[in-house]
Design a protein around this ligand. Structure first.
Ligand SMILES: Nc1ncnc2c1ncn2[C@@H]1O[C@H](COP(=O)(O)OP(=O)(O)OP(=O)(O)O)[C@@H](O)[C@H]1O
Ligand SMILES: [Mg+2]
Length: 285
């Protein structure tokens, strides 16, 4: 069996003594696309940030294992860890404007990271930037290299973000999908582009999204989070077959396209409350 590109064991996250994520364990195999779903506040973003060692001040993480591309992060020096994370892992965040520098041309921003890690000459980095923009289907990439972020549409900026994530040829991309900022069409485009990147380059992807229908189209497996716990790790087939925790089944039933039994009424908030009652009585989560 090939080693996973990411292994997480016993990851717990807390802030000021409050547990926010509890004892989460999962892995991502090389080339695999793994989705993460769960209601708002269930801990999806914190889990992603903990892997990237980007948790905000005051939020603490503990884990038995946090292994990326063959290296346990806790055994590395600060310098080694930065280099390892910078070259093996890329993040795609919810809001492209928060990650793009408005004062810099796209080309300079794409090339900057590659030069910082010192592995490419300027002309090699420029060639790779053009290739990355082409990979995310940006028309006229030479022109975009000379543009500033504000002159691009929201969808184009998201593509630039993904191009930036490709520059280091990472083994894993973690994408935390926009939940509110961007419209549904743009979200779907971002996911489709990442799915193409996975097919063309074999890059593993951990994709956080509220759109369980879209996730089920592009993911091999799906992780389900509920109030800080990882309650299910299911193959997409198992998910669609209605397997897993009652909360997971409710999520699937709530999407008309995924529900196999079309004669049943759609899941409602009452069903969720019922799920919570089930939980409160100690079955499951
Ligand atoms: N900096 C912080 N300090 C304290 N608590 C935080 C902090 N950031 C997040 N939390 C809390 O941790 C929990 C998990 O938050 P997280 O952002 O991971 O949720 P999420 O699943 O990504 O939600 P969404 O789908 O809305 O993006 C929430 O209860 C949130 O209020
Ligand atoms: Mg989030």
């Amino acid at each position: 069996m090939t080693d996973p590109v990411l292994s997480v064991e016993g990851l717990s996250i807390s802030a000021a003594g409050t547990a926010l994520v509890r004892d989460v364990s999962f892995h991502v195999a090389p080339g695999e696309v793994v989705g993460v779903v769960g209601e708002s506040g269930s801990g999806k973003t914190l889990t992603s940030l903990a892997i990237a060692q980007l948790l905000p001040r005051g939020v603490e993480a503990q884990s038995q294992k946090l292994e990326l591309a063959g290296r346990e992060l806790s055994t590395l020096s600060e310098h080694e860890r930065r280099f390892h994370l910078g070259t093996k892992l890329s993040m795609v965040f919810q809001d492209p404007m928060s990650s793009l520098n408005p004062a810099m041309r796209i080309g300079a921003q794409l090339i900057e990271g590659s030069l910082a890690h010192g592995r490419l000459s300027r002309s090699e980095a420029r060639d790779r930037a053009l290739q990355a923009l082409t990979d995310v289907h940006i028309p006229r990439p030479e022109r975009v290299l000379r543009q500033h972020p504000h002159s691009l549409s929201g969808g184009m900026r998201q593509r630039v973000m993904i191009a930036m994530a490709l520059m280091q040829q990472p083994e894993l991309i973690i994408a935390d999908e926009p939940t509110t900022a961007l419209d549904v069409t743009v979200q779907a485009q971002v996911m489709t582009i990442l799915s193409n990147v996975n097919r063309e380059h074999g890059t593993a992807i951990l994709m956080v999204s509220h759109n369980i229908a879209l996730l089920s189209e592009i993911c091999d497996r799906v992780l389900v989070m509920f109030r800080g716990d990882l309650v299910d790790v299911l193959s997409t087939d198992e998910l669609l077959a209605g397997k897993g925790h009652p909360y997971t089944q409710m999520l699937v039933r709530a999407v008309p396209d995924l529900a196999t039994d079309r004669d049943r009424p759609l899941a409602t908030i009452d069903d969720l409350q019922h799920t919570n009652e089930v939980n409160a009585h100690g079955t499951g989560i």
